[in-house]
Design a protein around this ligand. Structure first.
Ligand code: 8Y7
Length: 288
């Protein structure tokens, strides 16, 4: 069974797919709620995601949606670091022992998040921003998710083109794995992700989903993130609130095609879908 080591002697067991719950720490709509409110609500969200069945919390303070505004370093730090510290120091061990992933491309956010107790870096820019590789190489046993993106968030969805989709993405993985290894990062720390919606047309996204199993050629765990994305919304003509069923179908197909981590908003529903699939795959003993 595939395992990934984590700080503090812990391990991610990837025999059956794990759920990564999305925890966005962005200003609430009542902007006078203040920082304490922001951190409190992150802790409450974390509790819900974990009790619903998430193994990993993916904490992010910057939106990477196409066209989203850039967030300054200070603002991103002010959002995510207090949230990580509050979760890590919580009296409930469900929170304090959970696996925390920091969703960022900024090396200083990575560094402070890892010092505050994060176990994993989730970088949509695959450690290509200045200093990122260096920070990642200085922390032992952290997990690192390297995601493929073509172009930059602001413009990536305007007519993305590939010579050969699967070959291009696999070549990118090969290069990034080799650069990471060159920087002293162990191969066993790495997780790959083809990056649904990041410089991909609808046709590209569905080809990636169908052929998800082909990314196993690196013998590294592969993560799938398609929860509520345009590939669901545009196909079904549904707004973001109406994309649950489509997202669940996508999660199941990714899992059946070998995804080891599924990054989702709707943890409880995804956990149910995966449990039904697992019951079928592994069987149920008659005593149960
Ligand atoms: C992904 C992601 C986003 C993804 C990984 C959204 C931060 C856009 N998507 N990270 N992040 N994979 N690894 O709609 O697909 O959630 S942000």
């Amino acid at each position: 069974m595939a395992t990934v080591n984590l700080p503090r002697g812990r391990t991610l067991h990837l025999g059956s797919p794990l759920i990564m719950g999305i925890l966005n720490v962005t200003p609430d709509s009542f902007s006078d709620g203040g920082r304490f409110y922001q951190t409190d609500s992150a802790v409450i969200q974390a509790q819900t995601l974990l009790t619903d069945g998430a193994t990993i919390l993916d904490i992010g303070g910057e939106s990477t949606r196409p066209g989203a505004p850039d967030v300054s370093l200070d603002e991103e730090l002010n959002r995510v670091i207090p949230a990580i510290k509050a979760i890590r120091s919580h009296s409930d061990t469900v929170l304090s022992d959970c696996v925390i992933s920091i969703d960022t491309s900024k090396s200083e956010v990575m560094r402070q998040a890892l010092l505050a107790g994060a176990d994993m870096i989730n970088d949509v820019r695959a450690l290509q921003e200045p200093g990122a590789l260096d920070v990642a190489s200085k922390f032992d046993d952290i997990a690192i998710c390297l995601m493929h993106m073509q172009g930059q968030p602001r413009t990536m969805q305007s007519n993305p083109q590939y010579d050969d989709l699967m070959t291009d993405i696999n070549r990118f993985f090969m290069q990034r794995v080799s650069v990471c290894e060159g920087a002293g990062i162990k191969r066993e720390q790495l997780i790959l992700d083809p990056g649904f919606g990041f410089g991909k047309s609808m046709a590209h996204n569905y080809e990636l989903l169908k052929r998800f199993g082909e990314f196993n050629l690196f013998d590294l765990p592969v993560l799938a993130g398609l929860s509520r994305k345009s590939m669901i919304g545009n196909l079904l003509n549904r707004n973001t609130k109406e994309r649950l069923a489509g997202s669940l179908a996508g999660a199941l197909i990714a899992a059946q095609n070998g995804a080891k981590i599924i990054r989702v908003h709707d943890v409880k529903e995804t956990a149910d879908v995966l449990a039904v699939w697992q019951a079928c795959e592994q069987g149920i003993s008659n005593e149960q």
